[in-house]
Design a protein around this ligand. Structure first.
Ligand SMILES: [Zn+2]
Length: 459
């Protein structure tokens, strides 16, 4: 009996490993259809409109209908409302606001207003799972002068009208379809003054015990001409922390087993790369194994700091003459974050990556829970166990593994609808393992990293 199982497993390993080399799974035609609707002209028009408000500085005018952050957020709300009107009641839109008391960067008490659009999940058992896509709609002028000047032009076409246009486009193409889990599209405010809007949202979500399964911030996703002359229009960076940001029981347990590159946000980065390879194959997602760039921050961080899986997407070749700069020409160099420098085709590809990831997750089952790796005694095989999610369309599970020095998962094995598996001949000492759920149509969940069920006695 054991011998048969062993032979069977080895035979399957070979097949699946070969299959993985050519793609972990096949594309869902429904997701492909949604991605095909992503519109470059619509993205372009929205970036132009956002830039046309002159400045979207957090402290700028809120009463004008044509200039300042008030006009910008009312327009975003109106756009979402118009999408909602075509959505058969799927999309709902709301402001999420609070009053920020004065800080170093916010001189006076200021209302910070996120604009939030939601498509509630159709399946009762998975509607509490939230896939959150964000971008920030506020902008800021010069990086070296007065960052509190709320009157001079700060068009913010790339930082971050591009990310805002991405999430608006996805609200548009996703809202004519049903999803198992809930999709949330967030235009965050106050990013440039210290991640204010996203922190408010993340804090409220944590306090309410909301199940944000994964969060992406799209920030600076539209420039393809680097300040150093490098041109890059086929690559997108995903920044992720390897370990949970704060000291936590999970961080301690990950550290104990060498899981420094297997925290929840890092698993999400792998999911993004794998899903992009499948749906947007001409576009390469490059994983960067750190939370963000030096000297910079983003709206994913308030989420990862609260234990949520959260990553940042950013273009690979940044141009600092076009970020946080007063619009001007100096010594023959054009400065400023203007529409003319945005590559709309590139932004559309970023939207496709977001769409493929959000759609795949929103149709997939929840990941398994309580994943453990058996470490009570010395043995040559690896035994993993987990608890099934409650999804009614759950078909089973896949175990994935990789060499300890590999960045991405290298092998996958369909183990069926079980809650425990022994993998003969695969040493837990030499490999990293993960487990994911699969539904009856082949949608994969995020991978969870199994941890020892009991503390290993020191030897
Ligand atoms: Zn930004």
């Amino acid at each position: 009996m054991i011998r048969t199982w062993f032979t069977l497993v080895v035979a399957t390993l070979v097949t699946v490993s070969t299959a993985l080399a050519g793609g972990a799974s096949s594309r869902d035609p429904e997701i492909e259809k949604a991605l095909a609707e992503i519109s470059v002209p619509r993205i372009k028009a929205r970036i132009e409109k956002l830039a046309s408000f002159g400045t979207r500085h957090t402290l700028s005018d809120t009463t004008s209908d044509v200039r300042g952050i008030g006009a910008a957020r009312r327009w975003i709300k109106l756009e979402f409302d118009q999408i909602a009107a075509k959505s058969d009641g799927r999309l709902t839109v709301e402001y999420d606001s609070y009053v920020q008391e004065p800080t170093r960067r916010v001189g006076k008490a200021t209302e910070i207003v996120n604009v939030i659009a939601t498509i509630k999940g159709k399946r009762t058992e998975s509607a509490d799972r939230i896939i959150l896509l964000g971008g920030h709609y506020d902008s800021i002028p010069t990086i070296r002068g007065d960052e509190t000047d709320a009157t001079i032009d700060a068009p913010g076409a790339n930082d971050d009208a591009s990310g805002t246009a991405v999430i608006m486009e996805l609200a548009e193409v996703c809202s004519t379809r049903d999803w198992d889990a809930t999709l949330v599209f967030a235009a965050f405010a106050g990013e440039e003054q210290g991640l204010l809007g996203s922190t408010h949202f993340a804090e409220a979500a944590r306090a309410a015990g909301k199940n944000i399964e994964a969060m992406i911030t799209n920030d600076i996703v539209g420039n393809t001409e680097g300040g150093d002359g490098r041109r890059e229009n086929r690559t997108l960076r995903v920044f992720s922390e390897g370990m949970p940001a704060l000291d936590s029981p999970l961080a301690a347990r990950l550290k104990m087993v060498g899981g420094e590159s297997d925290g929840p946000s890092r698993q999400f980065a792998r999911y993004i790369q794998e899903t992009a390879d499948l749906y947007v194959p001409s576009f390469h997602v490059r994983m960067i194994f750190r939370n963000d760039r030096y000297l910079r921050g983003g709206d994913h961080t308030p989420f990862s700091q609260r234990g949520y899986r959260a990553v940042r997407l950013t273009e690979p070749a940044e141009n600092y003459t076009r970020q946080h700069q007063n619009v001007r020409t100096e010594a023959g160099v054009d400065y400023g974050d203007v529409v003319a420098k945005v590559d709309f085709e590139y932004v559309a590809n970023v939207a496709r990556v977001n769409g493929a990831v959000a759609a795949s997750l929103a149709l997939a089952p929840a990941p398994p829970t309580d994943a453990t790796i058996e470490t009570r005694k010395l043995e040559y095989d690896t035994t993993l166990a987990w608890t099934s999610p409650k999804d009614l369309d759950l078909a089973g599970f896949e175990v994935v593994w990789r060499d300890t020095t590999a960045a991405r998962w290298e092998h996958a094995l369909d183990v069926g609808n079980v809650n425990k598996v022994t993998l003969p001949g695969l040493s837990k000492d030499d490999l990293y393992f993960g487990i994911r759920s699969i539904d009856d149509k082949g949608h994969r969940s995020l991978v969870v990293f199994p941890l020892p069920a009991v503390r290993q006695p020191p030897r």
